[in-house]
Design a protein around this ligand. Structure first.
Ligand code: FAD
Length: 428
């Protein structure tokens, strides 16, 4: 017999967690039962992921435990692998390996997105994404590991690929990750007396003719200039055609194929595969089409929010996939679901984009707030302040501020903790 609940929320990211919080708040004492299914027991605060990768903040401080965030919602560890919207039943794969059915009256779909991939030879074997906390921790350890190995490698030919880092995708995730890691290396370099800045090669490849598509062209141009000033090779209108055996071949004839031991794929996101399996109307990007109340028009009691939903933007078109939108959609969705259960009134999603900030390593960034654009230190500071405001919980805010403050005074920690998560096998 399937287990039953009133509201089932799929995903514990910005959309799902904030929907659960708003629902709890609006239906307090009314006996509405809500469950949230999430593979991890934390919300990943992805705007801080690049800083977690560079060690500016402690990786644990870039996540918020879901059990602190949503106290009146039952958390179910696992992944929703199928949903029958007619029978109102979801199948959940639990970490134990078991699969169980959960029945519901209302469902909120907020499973986010996954990295988009293309059939580029060698991509799946040799490139890594930049989406999860594990990706950020891996990348930091990888960069530090490469420094250690290169420091002991006398042959410049063999050293070159160790110190070549290729990022494919010049959106904010790729730009921020590259800039943060470059700044980590710059700060760490004086502890590696045998390495020079000129030994490193940082390559950013973008298929379109601009970095940071969607931001003001002035900011994109500033970002490109800043990255070039740091010695980053920026290749616009360029695609990675293959990376078999970590030998990178770019489109066009001007760039010779080269060896790069580290290839990071940040070429965009697509909605979680779950939403394509539900038989709902999808937009051109594969996102579930919803109305301005975040309801799926053709299915009663079905809501969709966040990166996997095409939500009408009050300024026209659909909302971009950002945390600031997913969080507000979550809040609005929670209140609208509560209204279905007789608590409060439903309303449209009317949040208007405020802007976006992109950090370019320590003390530098670009930001756009409405029609105003900012650059350099003020933009970096604004980005930090905004992320801090968005972050729920005084405890987490304080930890992040302490990490930032310590980073202003003391040198970076360059311990390479690649063995984390792998216990040492016992010897006979
Ligand atoms: C590196 C990086 C930097 C970013 N920086 C910024 C920024 O500075 N500002 C900004 O506004 N946005 C930023 N974003 C974008 C932002 O993170 C997303 O737009 C936002 O997280 C979307 O929220 P969401 O709830 O839709 O998805 P998510 O927050 O990704 O949450 C989805 C959750 O659902 C879970 N899930 C997936 N499938 C299932 C399933 N089948 N069953 C159960 N659970 C499932 C996932 O594990 C995840 O926990 C960044 C993204 C990245 C990758």
């Amino acid at each position: 017999m399937p287990d039953t609940t009133d509201v089932l929320i799929v995903g514990g990211g910005f959309g799902g967690a904030f929907a659960a919080r708003a629902l709890e708040h609006a239906t307090k004492g009314r006996g509405v039962r809500a469950r949230l299914v999430a593979p991890e027991n934390f919300l990943l605060f992805s705007p801080l992921l690049p800083e977690a990768a560079s060690g500016t903040i402690e990786p644990r401080h870039a996540v918020i435990p879901l059990r602190d965030l949503v106290r009146g919602t039952e958390l179910v560890a696992g992944e929703v692998v199928a949903v029958d919207l007619v029978a109102r039943e979801a199948t959940v794969a639990h970490p134990s390996g078991e699969q169980r059915s959960l029945s519901f009256r209302t469902i909120v779909l907020a499973p986010g997105s996954v990295p988009t991939t293309f059939p580029v030879p060698g991509l799946l074997e040799n490139a890594v994404g930049f989406k999860t906390l594990a990706d950020a921790i891996w990348l930091r350890n990888r960069v530090l590991h490469q420094l250690e190995v290169a420091d002991g490698e006398p042959d410049p030919e063999r050293r070159r690929p160790l110190l070549t880092f290729t990022f494919v995708g010049g959106g904010y995730a790729g730009v921020e990750a590259l800039a943060e890691l470059e700044s980590l290396v710059r700060d760490a370099l004086h502890r590696y007396p045998r390495l020079r800045r000129s030994d490193f090669r940082w390559v950013l490849v973008e298929a379109r003719d601009t970095l940071l598509p969607g931001l003001s062209p002035r900011l994109a141009a500033y970002t490109e200039r800043e990255l070039r000033r740091l010695g980053v090779e920026v290749h616009l209108d360029t695609r990675m055609e293959s990376c078999v055996d970590r030998r990178v071949v770019l489109s066009g004839t001007t760039i010779e194929p080269y060896a790069s031991d580290t290839i990071v794929w940040t070429a965009g996101q697509r909605p979680s595969p779950l939403v394509a399996s539900l038989g709902l109307d999808l937009d051109g990007q594969g996102r579930v089409v919803v109305d301005d109340h975040l309801r799926v028009p053709q299915a009663n009691g079905v809501y969709a929010i966040g990166d996997s939903a095409a939500v009408p933007d009050p300024d026209g078109g659909t909302c971009p996939g950002t945390a600031q939108h997913a969080l507000r959609q979550g809040r609005r969705c929670g209140r609208n679901v509560a209204a279905d259960y007789g608590a409060g009134r439903a309303g449209p999603f009317d949040y208007r984009t405020r802007g976006l900030a992109v950090t370019l390593g320590r003390g530098n960034g670009t930001a756009q707030v409405k029609r105003w654009t900012f650059r350099g230190w003020p933009a970096w500071w604004m980005g930090r302040s905004y992320h801090l405001l968005m972050m729920p919980g005084l405890g987490r805010k304080t930890r992040v501020v302490m990490d930032w403050s310590v980073g202003l005074v003391f040198p970076r920690d360059i311990s390479q903790l690649g063995q984390l998560g792998r216990p040492t096998p016992l010897q006979p």
